[in-house]
Ligand binder design. Structure first.
Ligand code: J2J
Length: 553
């Protein structure tokens, strides 16, 4: 059974992906037990002092899965998960997928506006959060969100529950040691029971959030079949193996560290995943040294910080073999410094939670690695580079990138009318990226046509920022634009026209955005008050002209 609101691939494509061996028709939960059977006592996951073997991981996943059923959660439902990088994140995600519940992966930075939207859209039946983290009361927010949701989802918390109605997560996972009171026959019985839960590998396994170009995040339904292939094929392309020690340093709710190849790509081949609670060099570097990490994935802003830190302090990064950098444009001059100064290979990754993944390859010449964003992973990835009329451009010219393929679903989950804009009638996804083909066959990201700001890899829809700006009574017209920034690549500049005799200060803007309860990274960081905004002949705000104007200020 597939969820209502997912858009399936056409039958012929699905048949082709199956016969090519991409789609294995097995649920991710069953894959996890295959890995546990294959790699048993090897370490799958490290978080601080805690180390879980593959078997211990699968046992905990089943324990939580069984207890989620005990709480009344059911296959086919969706559960909002907002956890930082920790071992319980992965156990929760895998426990959900094991029983056909799709975790909706919110970022720790998301706040009421985003959470309420995705919880409502997905009809979440539970919300999983830490009680508090980095001085923020996630439990309080979860209860607020739950109270506003039509289905009154349950609240599960990591940590000691502080409010009535919260259910503690850890006891549901089970605190037993594998060597302790846990009996092999109990594990086997539970496994048999959960194996019998009917999970359709063609159904949505998990729901990723899109950065989105319209008001609020869209849900991306990734199926068991497509996501397992996404991770497995990424791992093949990147040379992952049993000796891979992967540091999950970006928030694992992101597609990149989760499955590109990320955590799932490492587990599929019996490697070891190390969870990093932060990307700061003071946190990540000692972990790399202690665990002899050889592979990790970061955004360009983090790569830049690491380069700086490695050059100024003592850091043992000798184990690092490969640094994957993606999510935003990597300047070639920074790219060239990675091998020279960090002593590891650079892999550029141009990916998207909607699917298509491009990696530079180990045998690409160094200049190609430094100046291109790689090529697709699958022989069945289809790519078109088109002009504004969807007509393919001449070879080597820049154009809008359209794609279809075995791990790019042909529609957003419950995408409604938005799917008509984001996909062509024959199922091509409009990435909103402007690319050109490098003579060697790799893609170069030349820009984008979608209206978003890419702040250090976090995507912010301009419309979302503008909607809030318009709620300020002083504002007549508002436009959010990306302005270049040395550290983060881009930051948000809010350009506004005010009513006569009104004033507006940055503090007013911050106050409005705080009241709205939206992720902090979406707050404007520059404010420009202008007498008027430039318009296109059809009357839309001319953002190109506005950006050009900003650059000359
Ligand atoms: C320029 N822009 C890039 C790159 C993504 C791996 C890596 C990244 C993401 C990701 C991901 C870029 N150079 N190297 O999911 O699995 C911009 C493009 C793209 C958008 C997707 C993964 N790599 N981008 O960033 O869903 O504009 O995924 O369409 O967050 O990021 O954003 P997102």
């Amino acid at each position: 059974m597939k969820r209502r609101g997912m858009v399936p691939w056409p039958a012929e494509s699905a048949a082709a992906y199956r016969s090519a061996g991409y789609w294995l028709d097995k649920s991710l939960g069953n894959h996890l037990w295959d890995w546990a059977d294959r790699y048993g006592d090897r370490t799958a996951l490290v978080d601080g002092e805690r180390r879980l073997s593959y078997r211990a991981l699968a046992i905990r996943v089943d324990s939580l899965a069984e207890n989620l059923l005990g709480l009344g959660l059911r296959p086919g439902q969706n559960v909002l998960v907002q956890l930082p990088n920790c071992w319980q994140f992965m156990v929760t995600v895998m426990a959900c997928v094991r029983i056909g519940i799709a975790p909706v992966l919110a970022l720790p930075a998301h706040r009421r506006r985003e959470l309420a939207h995705v919880a409502t859209e997905s009809e979440a039946t539970a919300v999983v959060v830490p009680t508090s983290w980095k001085d923020f009361d996630y439990e309080g927010l979860a209860h607020e969100v739950a109270a506003r949701c039509p289905g009154s989802p349950q609240v599960l918390v990591l940590g000691e529950p502080g409010r009535e109605g919260s259910v503690a997560l850890d006891p549901l996972i089970g605190t037993v040691d594998d060597s302790g009171p846990l009996r092999a026959e109990d594990v086997a019985a539970r496994r048999r029971h959960l194996d019998a839960v009917d999970v359709d590998p063609e159904d949505v396994a998990l729901l990723l959030l899109s950065g989105g170009t319209t008001g609020l995040p869209k849900l991306i339904g990734r199926t068991h079949n497509d996501y397992e292939y996404n991770a497995r094929r990424s791992g093949e392309v990147c040379g992952f193996g049993g000796d891979t020690v992967y540091l999950a340093v970006l928030p694992v709710a992101h597609n990149f560290p989760l499955a590109c190849p990320g955590v799932l790509g490492t587990w599929g081949v019996g490697g070891r995943v190390v969870m990093a609670p932060s990307a700061r060099p003071e946190v990540a570097f000692p972990l790399i040294a202690r665990e002899r990490v050889n592979t990790t994935a970061v955004v360009p802003a983090v790569a830049q910080r690491w380069l700086q830190a490695a050059g100024t302090g003592p850091a043992d990064l000798t184990s690092l073999r490969s640094l994957q950098v993606g999510g935003a444009r990597l300047a070639p001059e920074i790219a060239r410094r990675v091998p020279a100064e960090l002593g590891c290979a650079l892999v550029q990754v141009f990916g998207m939670a909607e699917g298509l993944l491009n990696y530079t390859r180990p045998d690409d010449p160094p200049e190609v690695v430094a100046t291109t964003q790689g090529r697709p992973i699958s022989p069945h990835d289809e790519i078109l580079i088109v002009d504004e009329n969807d007509v393919p451009v001449a070879q080597g010219e820049s154009g809008a990138l359209l794609t279809r393929g075995p791990y790019t679903p042909p529609g957003y989950f419950r995408g409604g009318p938005h799917n008509k804009r984001a996909f062509t009638p024959d199922g091509w996804y409009r990435t909103g990226d402007v690319v050109r083909l490098h003579p060697g066959g790799n893609l170069v990201v030349a820009g984008r046509s979608k209206d978003l700001i890419n702040r250090g890899g976090e995507k912010i829809s301009a419309e979302e920022v503008e909607d809030i700006a318009y709620s300020m009574p002083q504002v007549v017209e508002a436009a959010a634009i990306a302005v270049p920034d040395d550290e983060l690549g881009e930051r948000i500049c809010l350009c506004v026209v005010l009513k006569e005799n009104e004033t507006l200060a940055m503090t007013d803007v911050v106050e409005t955005f705080s009241r709205t309860s939206i992720a902090r990274y979406k707050f404007p960081e520059h404010l420009r008050i202008l007498p008027s905004l430039p318009h296109t002949p059809v009357g839309k705000i001319d953002k190109k002209a506005l950006r050009a104007e900003f650059m000359t200020l």
